[in-house]
Design a protein around this ligand. Structure first.
Ligand SMILES: Nc1nc2c(c(=O)[nH]1)N[C@H]1C(S)=C(S)[C@@H](COP(=O)(O)OP(=O)(O)OC[C@H]3O[C@@H](n4cnc5c(=O)[nH]c(N)nc54)[C@H](O)[C@@H]3O)O[C@H]1N2
Ligand SMILES: Nc1nc2c(c(=O)[nH]1)N[C@H]1C(S)=C(S)[C@@H](COP(=O)(O)OP(=O)(O)OC[C@H]3O[C@@H](n4cnc5c(=O)[nH]c(N)nc54)[C@H](O)[C@@H]3O)O[C@H]1N2
Ligand code: SF4
Ligand SMILES: [Mo]
Length: 745
C-alpha cells in the first residue's frame, strides 16, 4: 500500500488531526517541469490519496504544499554552546549524547530523577512518543514527560475519562454524513480541519433539509458562515450555555428517560444543578438572545442525531474539563451517543496527538490508556518493559507549565524540548524565557535550525522529520496510517525515537532500547495495548503497509477494515459500572475576566494557511501570501472610541506584556472581544508574540492553560511612534494607554 509501481508513496498528512491521506510523487515522475525548493532541490508532488478511507482523496492547501517545506532551513548537525551568550558550534552526535547522558547521570546522583524533564509533541510519530516516555518513565524513573498536547487535547482526554471511563473519541468521520445536527462549539473547523468541514458543506449543499449546522464562537468565522444558527457567546461562557440547554430539555421533558435509566449514573445531582441555569440568566451571562438558546435546545431535544464537534474554544479554558463533561452530559441526557451520526467528537489538533495519548504521552499516562497512579497499570508496564517492580513512579510527573515553574525554581537540571516550539506556543512567554535561563542544560530537538526556542537552548539536535523516517500516526477518528520514509534527511539528522533509544542504551538499558527499526518499536507498543480500549495488537507496520490505514480497536486476529467504526455502540462505557456518568459542576468563568484597566478579552487562534509557529508553512510563498501579517480583529464599537481604523497600528497590553499589531476593524467579532493569531513568534516578520500577553492559569483537572482568553487593553499607537510588532512600549506610552472601552462581562 505504501509504495506504488509509479514510485509514488502513500502517507498521512503531517499537519492537522483530520489526518488526510496523501499520495506523494517523486520529482522525476511528475508530468511537468521539476519544481525546486529554496535550496534548488527537486520537490516531491503531493495530492489527496483516493484510497485513504478518512479523506477519500481530499486535501487542503497545507497538505498540498507540505513538500515545499521539507528541505529549506534545516538543522543539519548537532550544535552546542556552554552558555546562552555564546554562538553555537557544531559537535558530533557522540559528544552531544555524552553531554546529555553525563547530565542525566550527575543529576540522578545529586538530585534524583525529578530534576530531568522532557517536553514533547503531538507531531511525534507514535514510535517517538513511545520510546521517549519509556526512557523517562521506565529508565530514568520520573514521569516528567509531557507534551504540547497538554496545551491542546488534555481537557478532552480528562473529559472523556471522567464521563465515559476512558479517553478515546467514540465517533468517526462518516458520522458527518449521517448526523441531523452538527453542533460545532469552540472550533473554527473551516480553517483548522478544512477537509472535514468541506465534507460537511458538501452534504449541506446537497441535502440542506436533513442537516442543521450550529456554531458557537464569539467570532464570525468561515465556519459560522455556513451555520444555520450562530451563537456568538462571550468567551468562557460555554458551560453556562450547555447547562442552559440542559435546563430547557429537562423543563420540556425532551430527554431520553430510558437511556438515562439504563445506561447512565449521576443524573439526579445533574438535574438538580441545572435548575439554577434558567434561560434569562444564561442569555444574560452568555450575551445571546433567549430565543437562540431556545432554538438550540429544540434542536437537541427533537433531532434524530446530534454530532458535537469541538476543539480549542472548549479545551483551552480553566474549566475545559468541566465544559467537555457539560457537552457529554447533553449527549447522555438525549441518548445521542454510540449510534450512527451522533456523539461527542473532539477534533484532535495535531496529526498524532491521538497516538501520543495512546502511547502514554502525558505526565500522568502510561501506554494503552493506562495511568501512572494505578498500581496494576504500573506493574503491567514494568514487567513488559523489563524494569524492576517499582521502577515507575506512582506520582504524575510535571505537566507542561509545571516544567516551566520547576525551571524557574531552579529544580530542573535538564529540559529536553522535542518537536515543539514553546517560546511561541506557551503562555506568559517572558516568564518561560526567564525560566529557561535558570536551567543548566536546555536541549532542543528540531527539524529546523532557527526556531525561537533554539535561541534559549544549549544543545540543538537535528531531527529527521516526516517523510524522512518511518512511523505511524493516528487521526481524530482513531485511524492509524503508516508514514514511510521516502526522502533522505539532511546528513546528520536522525529520527527522534532513535536518539531517545540511544540515550537509553548509553544509560545501560541495552535490552530495553535495542530496537533495530521503527517497526520493532511499534510492535512492542501494540502488544502493550492488547485488551485495552485502544487495542492495536493486531496491527503492525507490515499490515498497515499491505492493507492500508486501519481504525482501532484492532485486536490481534482482526480482519482489516472490519473493525468497529464507533465505540460504545452497545452503550457499555469504560467506567467501572459500565454506565456513562453525568458530571455536575457549576461554571466559574474566565480566570482573568476583563476589568476597568483591561476591558477587552483577547482570544488567540489560527489562520487557514499557517501552521502554529510557522517553521514549516512560513516557507511557502502561497501560504504567506494568504496571510501576510497578523491582524488584531476588533469590533467597531471598541475601535472607534479609541480612534482606531482598519490598517492602524494598535498597542495591545495585558498584565504581562505589550505588543503592537495592525488592526482589522470588523463586525465579525463580538464587541468586547479581540482576536490575534498565534503564529508570529519573535523571529517572524513582523513579530507578534501574542502569547507574551497570556496568563498561564489552567484547568485544575486537565492542567490545560486558558490559552483562549486574557484581559487586555488596546490603544492607538501615538502618531510618529513607529513600532515593530512585539516591541515593548516605554513606560510613558503605557501610561497613556486608554482604558475607555467598557467591561462587558
Ligand atoms: N490552519 C491551521 N489548522 C490547524 C492548526 C494550525 O495551526 N493551522 N493547528 C491544529 C491544532 S494543533 C489544533 S489544536 C486545531 C485547533 O483548531 P480550532 O480550535 O478550531 O482553532 P482555534 O483558531 O485555535 O480556535 C477555534 C475558535 O475558538 C473560538 N473561541 C475563542 N474563545 C472561545 C470561547 O470561549 N468559546 C467558544 N465556543 N469559542 C471560542 C475562536 O474564536 C476560534 O474561532 O487546529 C489544527 N489545525
Ligand atoms: N494562545 C494560544 N497558544 C496556543 C494555542 C492557541 O490556540 N492559542 N494552541 C496550542 C496548541 S493546541 C498547540 S498544539 C501548540 C502548538 O505549538 P508548537 O508545538 O510549539 O508549534 P509547532 O510550530 O507545530 O512546533 C513544532 C516544532 O517541531 C518541529 N518539528 C517538526 N517535525 C519534527 C520532527 O519530526 N521532530 C522534531 N524533533 N521536530 C520537528 C517544527 O520545526 C517546530 O519547531 O500551541 C499551543 N499554543
Ligand atoms: S485537512 Fe489537515 S490533514 Fe487534511 S490536508 Fe489539510 S492540514 Fe492536512
Ligand atoms: Mo493543538
Amino acid at each position: 500500500m505504501a509504495a506504488s509501481p509509479s514510485g509514488s508513496t502513500h502517507s498521512q498528512c503531517p499537519y492537522c488531526g483530520v489526518g488526510c491521506g496523501l499520495e506523494l510523487m517523486p520529482p522525476a515522475v511528475k508530468n511537468q517541469p521539476t519544481r525546486r525548493d529554496a535550496q534548488g532541490l527537486p520537490i516531491w508532488g503531493a495530492r489527496g490519496d483516493r484510497s485513504h478511507p478518512s479523506s477519500l482523496g481530499q486535501v487542503c492547501i497545507k497538505g498540498a504544499t507540505v513538500c515545499e517545506t521539507l528541505a529549506g532551513g534545516r538543522l543539519a548537525t548537532p550544535l552546542a554552546r556552554r552558555s546562552l551568550d555564546e554562538p553555537f558550534q557544531p559537535i558530533s552526535w557522540d559528544e552531544a549524547l555524552d553531554r546529555i547522558v553525563d547530565r542525566m547521570r550527575t543529576s540522578l546522583q545529586a538530585r534524583g530523577p525529578q530534576a530531568l524533564a522532557m517536553y514533547g509533541s503531538g507531531q511525534f510519530h507514535t514510535e517517538d512518543y513511545y520510546v521517549a516516555q519509556k526512557l523517562f518513565k521506565g529508565a530514568l524513573g520520573t514521569n516528567n514527560f509531557d507534551a504540547n498536547s497538554r496545551l491542546c487535547m488534555s481537557s478532552a482526554v480528562a473529559g472523556y475519562t471522567r464521563s465515559l471511563g476512558s479517553d478515546g473519541p467514540p465517533c468517526c468521520y462518516e458520522d458527518l454524513d449521517h448526523c441531523s445536527v452538527a453542533f460545532l462549539i469552540g472550533t473554527n473547523t473551516a480553517e483548522c480541519h478544512p477537509v472535514l468541514f468541506q465534507r460537511l458543506l458538501k452534504r449541506k449543499r446537497r441535502q440542506s433539509d436533513s442537516l442543521t449546522i450550529v456554531v458557537v464562537d464569539p467570532r464570525e468565522t468561515a465556519t459560522s458562515d455556513a451555520a444555520d444558527l450562530h451563537l456568538a457567546i462571550r468567551p468562557g461562557t460555554d458551560l453556562v450555555l450547555l447547562h442552559g440547554v440542559a435546563h430547557l430539555l429537562l423543563r420540556q421533558t425532551a430527554i431520553d428517560f430510558e437511556f438515562i435509566e439504563g445506561e447512565t449514573e449521576g443524573f439526579a445531582a445533574y438535574a438538580e444543578l441545572v435548575q439554577a441555569w434558567t434561560p434569562d440568566r444564561v442569555s444574560r451571562i452568555c450575551g445571546i438572545p433567549e430565543s437562540s438558546l431556545g432554538q438550540l435546545a429544540a434542536l437537541w431535544g427533537q433531532s434524530a442525531s446530534v454530532l458535537s464537534l469541538w476543539s480549542m474554544g472548549v479545551n483551552q479554558s480553566v474549566e475545559g474539563t468541566a465544559t467537555v463533561a457539560g457537552l457529554i452530559n447533553l449527549h447522555l441526557l438525549t441518548g445521542q451517543i454510540g449510534k450512527v451520526g451522533a456523539g461527542p467528537f473532539s477534533l484532535t489538533g495535531q496529526p498524532n496527538a491521538m497516538g501520543g495519548r495512546e502511547a502514554g504521552g502525558l505526565a500522568h499516562l502510561l501506554p494503552g490508556y493506562r495511568t501512572v497512579t494505578n498500581a496494576t497499570h504500573r506493574a503491567t508496564v514494568e514487567a513488559a518493559w523489563g524494569f524492576a517492580p517499582g521502577a515507575i513512579d506512582a506520582r504524575p510527573g510535571l505537566a507542561a507549565w509545571q516544567q516551566v515553574e520547576a525551571m524557574e525554581a531552579g529544580e530542573l537540571d535538564l529540559w529536553w524540548v522535542a518537536a515543539t516550539n514553546p517560546l511561541v506556543s506557551m503562555p506568559n512567554l517572558e516568564r518561560v524565557k526567564a525560566a529557561m535561563r535558570h536551567c543548566p542544560l536546555v536541549v532542543v530537538s528540531d527539524a529546523y535550525a532557527n526556531t525561537e526556542t533554539a535561541q534559549y537552548a544549549h544543545l540543538l539536535l537535528p531531527a529527521a522529520q516526516w517523510s524522512e523516517k518511518a512511523g505511524v500516526m493516528v487521526n481524530s477518528e482513531r485511524r492509524v496510517t503508516l508514514c514511510p520514509a521516502f526522502r533522505q534527511p539532511p546528513a546528520q539528522a536522525r529520527p527522534d525515537w532513535e536518539v531517545f533509544a540511544e540515550v537509553g542504551r548509553r544509560l545501560g538499558f541495552v535490552d530495553q532500547f535495542g530496537y533495530a527499526s521503527a517497526a520493532e518499536v511499534y510492535a512492542e507498543f501494540c502488544q502493550l495495548t492488547a485488551g485495552r480500549l485502544c487495542d492495536h495488537s493486531g496491527l503492525s507496520h507490515g499490515l498497515l503497509e499491505a492493507e492500508g490505514p486501519q481504525q482501532w480497536p484492532f485486536p490481534a486476529g482482526s480482519a482489516p477494515t472490519t473493525a468497529s467504526k464507533r465505540l460504545y455502540t452497545d452503550f457499555r462505557f469504560a467506567t467501572p459500572s459500565g454506565r456513562g456518568r453525568f458530571i455536575a459542576e457549576h461554571p466559574l468563568g474566565l480566570a482573568e475576566p476583563p476589568c476597568e484597566a483591561y476591558p477587552l478579552v483577547l482570544t488567540v487562534g489560527r489562520y487557514l494557511g499557517q501552521w502554529h509557529t510557522m517553521t514549516r508553512t512560513g516557507r511557502v510563498a502561497r501560504l504567506n501570501a494568504m496571510h501576510p501579517e497578523p491582524l488584531l480583529e476588533i469590533h467597531p464599537e471598541d475601535a472607534y472610541p479609541l480612534g482606531l481604523e482598519s490598517g492602524d497600528q494598535a498597542a495591545i497590553t495585558s498584565r504581562r506584556a505589550t505588543l503592537s499589531a495592525r488592526v482589522d476593524v470588523t463586525e465579525r467579532i463580538r464587541p468586547g472581544t479581540v482576536f490575534l493569531p498565534m503564529h508570529w513568534g519573535f523571529l517572524q516578520d513582523p513579530p507578534c508574540e501574542a502569547n507574551a500577553l497570556l496568563h498561564e492559569q489552567a484547568c485544575p483537572i486537565s492542567k490545560q492553560p486558558e490559552l483562549k482568553a486574557t484581559a487586555v487593553s488596546v490603544a492607538a499607537v501615538p502618531h510618529g511612534l513607529p513600532m515593530a510588532g512585539g516591541q515593548r512600549l516605554s513606560a510613558k506610552v503605557q501610561g497613556s494607554i486608554s482604558t475607555s472601552a467598557a467591561s462587558r462581562l
